[in-house]
Each structure stands twice: as structure tokens, then as C-alpha cells.
Design a protein around this ligand. Sequence first.
Ligand code: DQQ
Length: 533
Amino acid sequence: KQMLAWQRTSFHFQPKKNWMNDPNGPLFYKGWYHLFYQYNPEAAVWGNIVWGHAVSRDLIHWQHLPVAMVADQWYDINGVWTGSATILPDGKLVMLYTGSTNESVQVQNLAYPADPSDPLLRKWVKYEGNPVLVPPPGIAAKDFRDPTTAWTTPQGKWRITIGSKVNKTGISLVYDTIDFKKFELLDGVLHGVPGTGMWECVDFYPVSKFFENGLDTSDNGPAVKHVLKSSLDDDRNDYYALGTYDAVAGKWIPDNPTIDVGIGLRYDYGNFYASKTFYDQEKKRRVLWAWITESDSEAADICKGWASLQPIPRTIKYDKKTGSNIITWPVAEVENLRLNSKEFDKVEVKPGSIVPLEVGTTTQLDIMAEFEVDPKVLERLEGSNATYECRSSGGSAERGALGPFGLLVLTDKGLSEQTPIYFYITKDVAGNFTTFFCNDLTRSSEATDVRKLIYGSTVPVLQGEKLSLRTLVDHSIVESFAQNGRTAITSRVYPTKAIYEDAKLYLFNNATDVTITASLKIWQMNSANIQSS
Ligand code: DQQ
């Protein structure tokens, strides 16, 4: 009981009770951030899906509102599924969402605010001509869902894309519209990738090649690249690629076809799915939400009465330094929750040792850490051909010359439960280094009904850069970022012993050949007191 109560978060968005999944139609309107989400009002498992709704001034402190849309029409009676908002030039809003019909056909529907003068957008009206789109010829009835935010075309129309598949090829269909009521299907697809299966929750948006600000979804030109993201139903991860959008043809081409959507980069290498971005016109940034599932058992979810979280929303930017990836980083507003901080300067961690970090209670933390590895040791070491992979290489217990080293969060004094977040450097025979960033959950809990994977991937480290990581801990969620957000890993952690006052924090170094010098700043985090009205 106490264990389950401990798992509820203090500064992450979650409904008061029951089940949540995908974020829907995020937007900023008349001074308020709105988050809608897939919600089951009746239970802590998926089903009876309606649109939950909450508002915030700062993306951190939320107020729950009554559900925005329920399943009350033949065209959404089996579920008011995922959708996106578009803000029209006159400030009006339209919402497109997928309905699962009385015959479980996936159709697209239009909704709009009943009272645009209400900044809280409490009431929504469904268009009387719904559905506005049904599956086109050649597309199966259950493979047509999750319309994006619309952007403008050179012809002055609106354009959207909708995920689907043909055989095993994941695709995104493209439609033009003037009024969001009548749509015209374009020839061909925005993009498709063989072998990737059904594309859910497609997202498509520009990022600036040169500047820090985010871009409106309709921005285009030589100074932008376009990100295409798909949530792969088959492996439940969010993949993206950078590329070029041809507005005339309605097609997108990846920069590098070998790291295309679904076969290349991910937003997050942990638990992170069905994400959606929106352009925050107030702060001129693009913000990312996502569905973070539980990784305990359904029985435990039913027992605690809730399931799923949203991450701390992240700003998304193109990484000008590498040119090959985007960077995601918790919105600046989360820093307002920082309480007292502790600094640790140049702590030496010898090969095969751990160092406790005394910071008081460790269940709500924001940790910034930098690690230095003696460059002479790096030079001296002989390269090997070892093929390392976070997922399959034995986790934090497997010792190599140059790793693993990093943090142990949510760890009890006896180290019987520990959640390591770490770097691991490899050197090949040609002398090239590769840095991995991983999170090992295999010893994170003594509970037996919990999925305990090892997450992670490589992270680009440029000449002269120190290794840096940031980790946010909030009870059962741990979000980690390497090299300022080039690689992110979100995990759900369910300790049985390392809870409340018994959760400790350590530095560890399991490398055999290097001493690590770590400098950290660690804040305890306030709760966000999420209110219901
Ligand atoms: N969740 C929704 C669908 C979407 C899926 C249904 C992704 O619209 O494809 O709850 O998690």
C-alpha cells in the first residue's frame, strides 16, 4: 500500500485517477496552456476513451477541468481518439480527431470551441457534418488515425497528414482543405518506410537551422528543416528523422535514408510514446508532450487506481552543432520548482567505487552533472572492436575500460535496489570513440511484476565537450538527458525499499581503467500541487 502510494508523482502531470494515454491537441490560448489527453473516466486500464482536459499558466502547475469531449455520436461511440489543434490566422481554433465509429471504423472528425471567449475552452461542439474523412480506397478501416496540426500550402490551403500503413509499409497520407470540412487526398504519400508497420500519432513540423526559437507549423523555406515523427505501433517507440519538405509535391525526403523514420533516431530511448508537439506562440518555442506508460502490472495499476504520466514538457530544437539530430530539454519553467541546492565540485570516483551524495530526501530531484575522464588515459588505451549496446551488454554491472560510470538514483543503503544512469565509452581499433548513454533497470526493484529493461543509445560528443547529464527524479519517473538533450531516456521505477527516506543517491564508477571526476549541482524539487476544479 505504502509502496503504491509512493509511486504517485509530485510535479508531473497525471489525472486525479484512472487511465491516461496520448496527449491530444496541446495549445496556448488566451493566456492558458491547454492539455487534452486520452482518458478512461471509469478505470485504470485503456477503454471508454474520452478527452480529459487540464489548463496551466506555466506548463507545470495544472488545473484539472471536466472532460472536453465524450463518446456520444455514432462516429466516435467506440472512442474519442487522438487529434490535434490548429490555430487559424484570426485566432479561431479547430480540432481534428479520430473517432472509432459504431462499427469500429476509424474516421476523422471536426470540433471547435462552443465559446471562443472562454479562455478555459471548457465546452466543445462537434461539427454536424462529421465525419469529415473516412478511410480512402486501399486503406483498411482500422488503419487510419491521428490527424496532425494543419499547415498552409503555397496555394493558400491547409494541409494535414494522417498515419496509416499498406501491408508492412508505414505511411502518412496527405490531405488539403480550405474549411476543415471538405478534404482532397493528394497523390502519393508524405513519406513511407517499408517494414515499419502502422504509423500512429504522426507529427510533422519545421525547425530552424540557425536560430534558437521554435517555428510555427506553417513556416517553411531554406532556413528550416522538417522533422517527421511516427509512433510505431509494432514496437511502441517514437522515431523521427530530419529532412526536407517539398511543399509543391507534398513530399518529405530524409537527409539520410539510412536513419529514416522508424529505423533511425528516437526522441527518447526509454518509455516514451504517442508524443505530440505544438508551437507555443507566446514563448516562441516548440513543446513536446508524450504518453509515459506504467511498466508494472495491470493488477498494480488497478490497485493504485491510476496509470500513465506525461513527461515534463520538453522544448525541441535542431542541434546546430551536430547537424544530425534534434535536442529535447525540459521547459525552463520546471526550474521554478527548484528548492535548496547542493554543489559537489570535482569529486574523484576511482575505478570500481561508489560515492554517496548527501542531499537529504532524494525522491524529487533535479540533478546536473559533468564528468571528466583523463584525456591521457583515453589516448593510451588500446582500442578494441567490442560491439557495445546498452540494451544487451550486461548493464551497469559489466565493467569495461572506460565505463560504465554515472549516477545511482532511487538506491537503498544496501544497494539491493538501484537505478544506474551512466555513460560507457568505447574505442575501436582505428582509435575512434563512441559514447553510450544508458539506464539500467534490472536491479531497480525487488518487485517481480515490473518490467526491468536496460535502455539507451549512443550520444554524440564533440571535440572538447565534457560529458554532461541531467536527471529529473519524481517518485516513479526518472527522465535523463545527455549532452544537453541530444539523447534522452525516460524510465518508470518501482522500488520497494528505496522509497521515502530510504532512497539515496550515489556516484558510481565501474570502469576498470579510469578515474572519473564529477561535478554536480543538485536541487530538491517542490511539488506542483495539481488542482482540480
Ligand atoms: N492511441 C489512440 C489512437 C492512437 C493510439 C487511442 C496511440 O488514436 O493511434 O487511444 O497510442
